[in-house]
Unconditional design. Structure first.
Ligand code: DAH
Length: 339
């Protein structure tokens, strides 16, 4: 009977060993040698048959054969399974494939333009300030020397929210807000969004960006204005950019100027962007009107200052050679991915 016990022992030890080998192909191979090899455990059982009673021998022989078959089958299917697992694992990551480039976003051309402008003014000592886009009539007009019946109100088509509340038509109201809160000297720029009730076209949109500037101290002169803006334009557009100052009128500055830059889409010969003029107006500026100082609570006898306001969109169009302002607002990735 001892031999049948041995058979059962080997069956169960094989079963345990098989389980702990799992999907390890090397382990399975060593099991095969251990059990089915020439000197393996199953083979050795055959050599013990001679010790059994002669009439038991056929039965025992069959038991050992069954065990051998069982061990062979189980090993075979474990091996097949292990091989399939290995293949699956190898298929998961092919480290030899080139990587997939992830799509990385980047700044919008308007943001790029605004950042560059801001950097230049920061290096010239200007501090960045902000103000509300929903503004009162008082800050947007009145305190900038534009009373209710002033014809200059027609210069800017205004979106009214209520009687006295507007979407700011320019960043200039932040001048007064800052002067109310800080004593001179102030040297600030104000980047931000402004709104005008205008027909949308290649050249104008109902919302756009401006950068306002204000420098107030004792003895600030028109020469400071010219020097600062000249410096900015040369740093931003390069030394070859030609600029010209033209007398103009703004209610909040006296005297006032408009500054043009030579159109560098057409190089001055005339194109759609510059309306065939060869020049593009990019900036309004002037010496702060004493009335504005009075509204803001500064002594106009003691202080002088200059202010300027420029359209960021138009400058971005020129910088990147884009012909239509609407492209800046369409969010078309085919356009935006070019920057
Ligand atoms: N606020 C004016 C506009 O939107 C631009 C401007 C002109 C701003 C002259 C100024 C300035 O500060 O001095 O048309």
């Amino acid at each position: 009977m001892a031999l049948t016990d041995d058979i059962e022992d080997i069956r169960s030890s094989f079963s345990d060993a098989l389980e702990s080998a799992g999907d390890d192909l090397e382990e399975l191979e060593s099991l095969r040698i251990q059990y089915l090899g020439r000197k393996g455990k199953v083979q050795q059982l055959f050599s013990l048959i001679g010790q059994a009673d002669p009439e038991e021998r056929p039965k025992i022989g069959k038991l050992i054969n069954d065990l051998k078959e069982e061990v062979t089958d189980k090993l075979e299917s474990a091996k097949a399974q292990a091989e399939a697992a290995k293949e699956r694992k190898e298929a998961e990551i092919d480290v030899t494939l080139p990587g997939v480039q992830p799509f990385v976003g980047h700044d919008h051309p308007l943001a790029l333009t605004m950042d560059k402008m801001q950097q230049i003014f920061t290096s010239l000592g200007f501090v960045t300030m902000e103000g509300p886009e929903i503004e009162t009539d008082y800050y947007n007009f009145e305190s900038l020397n534009i009373p209710k019946d002033h014809p200059a109100r027609d210069m800017q088509d205004t979106f009214y929210i209520e009687d006295e509340i507007v979407l700011r038509t320019h960043t200039s109201p932040v001048q007064v807000r800052v002067m109310e809160n800080y004593d001179p000297p102030v040297r600030i720029i104000v980047p931000g969004r402004v709104y005008r009730n205008e027909a949308v076209s290649a050249r104008s949109n109902c919302l756009f960006y401006q950068i306002e500037g204000l420098y107030v101290d004792e003895d600030v002169t028109f020469a400071d204005l010219k020097g600062t803006l000249q410096q900015f334009i040369h740093r931003f557009f390069g030394k070859d950019a030609k600029i010209r100052f033209r007398p103009d009128f703004f209610p909040f500055t006296e005297p006032s100027v408009e500054i043009d830059i030579s159109c560098f889409i057409c190089g001055g010969s005339g194109c759609r962007l510059c309306k065939n003029e060869g020049w593009l107006e990019i900036l309004g500026a002037g010496m702060v009107d004493p009335n504005v100082f009075q509204y803001a609570g500064y002594d106009p006898e003691k202080y002088t200052g200059f202010a300027f306001g420029m359209g960021v969109d138009r400058i971005a169009l020129m910088k990147y050679g884009v012909h239509d302002i609407r492209l800046l607002y369409d969010s078309d990735l085919r356009f935006l991915r070019q920057f």
